[in-house]
Design a protein around this ligand. Structure first.
Ligand code: UDX
Length: 437
């Protein structure tokens, strides 16, 4: 099929490459000329395992190209809308500017039978509103909503073999013409057995925000338990293992630590609360305010624990932060708890060095006042305390004996509860986890 992908950020660049991999002719469109040029040269504008290899592979087939000219969409049958919906400045609500601009820009190029497929995470009601614009422009075109559930760091495999497809169409019917079109786009993963659910438009939009809210709630639940474990002298990692064995609960997303960050969970729960308020259903989501508050409290807790670890004062203490990205296998520092903790420590008088295998450039753009060091070994030198804040494999594998010979003082705070406390203590370290005795 001939496909256009509008917006070539995280979601769009990966989606465009994966659609070409599925055998379609794809044109990726973005207003950012630099991004277009990078992608056209098979260079990913962000770190995502496997993406550059995939870009090279599909570009060699001639099935994938990139442009900043929206009129290139005129020959496509299917148009995926993959632009961002960031949090509005000073508000909880999502900024719909980019989605609105993308759909409006596409309108003049819609052909008879074309399908506009929204993938961006949007406030419920957006699809119905945009669908009016599409049908007014071209009565034989359709708009549907097909939310994306990919995780950064696994974006390529999540797109090629997702755990489910959700198709939102106006009447919620399997018989809707757009369902057949999207089935053709996803023919390969559907043949492989990926489940697909056809819903009405608002349900499809809500599936995405509900899923992210559930994940955020699960993380904040276990972090609240970590607070209790700290108060009662219990161990949250064992607690999580034990409750996780109940398959109604499950062990995934029960890792207590410094809390969630990134470009999705934090802003999605806030936008969801804002939208519920507009719909007069704000009471239904007041618990998300608590989920957000528990999450933000993790960051202050780590700053306080670091102060304790350093003997009561941060002034002049040389602190090395291992990890800047909001999660491993990513260079994304949007709302990164690790960086926000690093900045707080520095504000409170510590001398902070941050290291990360991939995210230092992005981190330096966001927090130029912090000191960055590429080499882990150099970052460790003369440290009065280590803070492990992003669980990159390299940091999981740190040898406590070797590290002890490099630092000034053998103190470590494990913000992700991933190190073997017994081993680190045996090597002479003062070890602190979160919610662990
Ligand atoms: C998330 C959703 O998982 C994905 O389905 C959606 O499409 C986009 O948002 P992502 O932002 O890539 O994906 O990250 P995810 O792996 O969900 O992690 C989010 C944050 O939660 C990270 O900061 C991570 O460190 C944290 N986390 C995750 C925990 O603190 N504990 C856990 O147990 C799991």
């Amino acid at each position: 099929m001939r496909i256009s992908v509008v917006g070539c950020g995280y979601l769009g660049a990966v989606h465009a490459a994966c659609m070409a991999k599925l055998g379609h002719d794809v044109i990726g469109i973005d207003v950012d000329e630099r991004k277009v040029q990078a992608l056209a040269a098979a260079a990913a504008p962000f770190f995502e395992p496997g993406l550059e290899e995939l870009l090279r592979e599909v570009q060699a087939t001639g099935r994938l190209s990139f442009t900043s000219d929206i009129s290139a969409a005129s020959t496509s049958d299917v148009h995926f809308v993959c632009v961002g919906t960031p949090q509005k400045k000073g508000e909880n609500a999502a900024d719909m500017k980019y989605v609105d601009e993308a759909v409006n820009a596409l309108l003049p190029y819609l052909r008879e039978g074309a399908v506009v497929v929204g993938k961006s995470t949007v406030p419920v009601g957006t699809a119905a509103r945009l669908s009016v614009l599409v049908e007014r422009q071209e009565p034989a075109a359709h708009l549907m909503w097909n939310p994306e559930f990919l995780r950064e760091g696994h974006a390529v495999s999540d797109t090629l073999s997702p755990d489910r497809f959700v198709y939102g169409v106006e009447n919620g019917s399997e018989e809707h013409a757009a369902v057949r079109v999207l089935d053709e786009v996803y023919a390969l993963p559907l043949e492989a057995g990926t489940p697909r659910l056809v819903t009405d438009l608002p349900t499809a939009e809500l599936v995405k925000t509900a899923a992210n809210s559930f994940l955020a709630t699960k993380i904040s639940f276990i972090n609240a338990m970590a607070e209790l474990c700290d108060a009662a002298g219990a161990d949250v990692t064992v607690l999580a293992d034990a409750i996780g064995l109940d398959d109604r609960i499950g062990r995934k997303f029960l890792n207590a630590g410094i809390g969630f960050g990134g470009g999705c969970l934090p802003k999605d729960i806030r936008a969801f609360m804002a939208r519920a308020g507009e719909l007069g259903a704000d009471q239904a989501l007041t618990f998300l305010r608590e989920v957000d508050a528990i999450n933000m409290r993790r960051r202050t807790r780590v700053v306080e624990l670091t102060r304790e670890l350093c003997g009561g004062s941060l002034l002049g203490q040389r602190i090395t932060v291992l990890g800047a990205a909001f999660k491993p296998e990513s260079d994304d520092v949007r709302d990164s708890p690790a960086l926000s903790i690093a900045a707080q420590l520095q504000l409170q008088g510590a001398v902070v060095t941050v290291t990360d295998p991939e995210a230092l450039q992005n981190a330096a753009r966001r927090f130029p006042e912090l000191h960055y060091e590429e080499s882990t070994e150099l970052a460790l030198q003369r440290a009065d305390a280590l803070l492990l804040l992003t669980e990159w494999q390299e940091y999981r594998e740190l040898d406590p004996y070797e590290a002890a010979n490099i630092v000034s003082a053998t103190r470590i705070l494990d913000g992700r509860n991933i190190l073997d406390a017994t081993k680190w203590r045996a090597a002479g370290w003062t070890y602190r986890g979160l919610g662990r005795p």
